[in-house]
Design a protein around this ligand. Structure first.
Ligand code: FMN
Ligand code: FE2
Ligand code: FE2
Length: 414
């Protein structure tokens, strides 16, 4: 017997709850958060986000996979309770311990004190450290099969995607993979499936999924590459892929997204991201001029300018930098330092996407600081680096040889 479902319950305060079947015996309990502005208190997400918990019906009750963000546990308990699920949940599976999913564990456990919890061996310690958990915990090994209520559930370890104790839960008998944050995306969607979206909506979602990937998982890109074969295998054996955020994917879409991950990480593009800051326009003039020159050379060029009218979203910038083969960064000198916004943004880019090729353009009034730029880029472990200095008056009289240096830098293969 499946729990009764209603598609949408409006809360009226920027949060919505959507409960719907994603497959017979599998339901999503989705908290739609259109109020949030900064995910992880960093990333600008005007489109909001969803936290997806899942309920799987077995012959002996229900498995609960993940939960909602810290602060919403009571609401999740209420929703599970009014559908008759709560009293029949036998196991809670914790795919990772980040509190945007695990934050409702304390309320769930106080409503169902005997609940058995399953997760990566490390999750047992984190449960104690985060929530003082002292209940029954079953650690699961990589590849382990757990049988419950007539269903075979295989657990895969996916270390550092993006927490050390991340696991992927594969309910083999139902053909559903729950890949935790992997294959998730931003967006406060009431829809359940990516396949429900129009062509335009689909494009938009891929953009939001790319932003989510770069922002949240990007730093661990080497681990993503290592886990790709395992993820592909599990997805290939399933019909439905149900991540912790965003839309549920069918097999084809999930495989397409995994291939996109690989392309983005390997920076397989002829794309250059231009990032500049400019107080009075000199640096902006230099950067936009060079952006046009590079565009003329056949590069795809995306420009992000921080100026007195515009403050681009760093969440989007990082996502564009993810698959760009080069960065052109332009900054004015500021109180004997590299301009603070540029330091901040470069630090994030280097950390989340790496910076194998950076041309740094510096505009100064009373003293060159390109030495500082070099050591900053070295410290950030950027690869090939070149710098160029301008005084405000020389920005508009950029020489052919200066322009050629920039073109050559991005055209060179080493
Ligand atoms: C608040 C402030 C601090 C500055 N600090 C420095 C500095 O430490 N060293 C320097 O050479 N020029 C400094 N300058 C000069 C700027 O780098 C110069 O005006 C540059 O053209 C600014 O570029 P922009 O027009 O793109 O803002 C400073 C300018 C301002 C407004
Ligand atoms: Fe997470
Ligand atoms: Fe998450």
């Amino acid at each position: 017997m499946s729990a009764p479902i209603d598609r949408s319950v409006e809360r009226g305060d920027g949060y919505y709850i959507v409960v719907e079947e994603v497959k017979p015996r599998v339901q999503v309990y989705k908290l739609v958060d259109s109020k949030i502005r900064f995910f992880e208190s960093i990333w600008e997400i005007p489109e909001g986000i969803t936290y997806n918990a899942y309920v799987v019906e077995t012959d002996s009750g229900f498995l609960l996979i993940d939960g909602w963000k810290r602060g919403f546990g009571g609401l999740l308990v209420e929703e599970l309770g009014k559908r008759g699920v709560l009293s029949r949940v036998t196991h809670l599976i914790v795919n990772h311990m980040e509190p945007d999913h695990s934050g409702s564990i304390p309320e769930i456990l106080s409503a169902r004190p005997g609940l058995k919890v399953l997760g990566h061996p490390l999750a047992g310690r984190l449960l104690r450290d985060f929530y003082g958990f002292a209940g029954e915990f079953k650690p699961v090994q990589d590849g382990e099969v757990f049988e419950e209520g007539g269903l075979r559930i295989r657990f895969l370890h996916a270390p550092w995607l993006h927490w050390p104790e991340t696991i992927v839960t594969h309910v083999e008998d139902l053909g559903v993979v729950f890949p935790c944050d992997v294959l998730g995306g931003y967006g406060a969607y009431r829809e359940i499936f990516l396949s429900e979206m129009s062509e335009e909506g689909r494009k938009r979602y891929f953009k939001l999924a790319k932003m989510y990937f770069a922002n949240v998982i990007g730093h661990y890109r080497d681990f993503v590459l290592k886990s790709l074969p395992k993820l592909r295998e599990a997805v290939s054996k399933s019909d439905v892929v149900a991540p912790g955020h965003g839309l549920v994917l069918d097999r084809g879409d999930a495989l397409e997204m995994l291939s996109s991950y690989e392309k983005w990480i390997k920076k397989e593009s002829r794309k250059i991201v231009v990032v500049y800051a400019s107080m009075y326009g000199f640096t902006g003039e230099a950067a936009t001029r060079l952006a046009k020159v590079l565009e003329g050379q056949g590069f795809e060029v995306v420009v992000y300018g921080f100026n007195d009218y515009e403050r681009p979203m760093v969440s989007e910038l990082v996502s564009d930098a993810m698959d760009a083969e080069g960065l052109l960064v332009a900054a004015p000198a500021y109180e004997n330092q590299i301009y603070p916004t540029i330091r901040y943004v470069l630090d994030i880019i280097a950390h989340k996407t790496g910076c194998p090729r950076v041309f740094f353009l510096h505009v100064y009034g009373w003293g060159s600081r390109v030495g500082d730029a070099r050591s900053m880029l070295e410290e950030l472990k950027c690869g090939v680096v070149e710098t160029l200095d301008f005084k405000p008056s020389t920005v508009s009289s950029m020489t052919d040889s200066q322009i050629k240096r920039v073109i050559d830098f991005f055209t060179r293969t080493t």
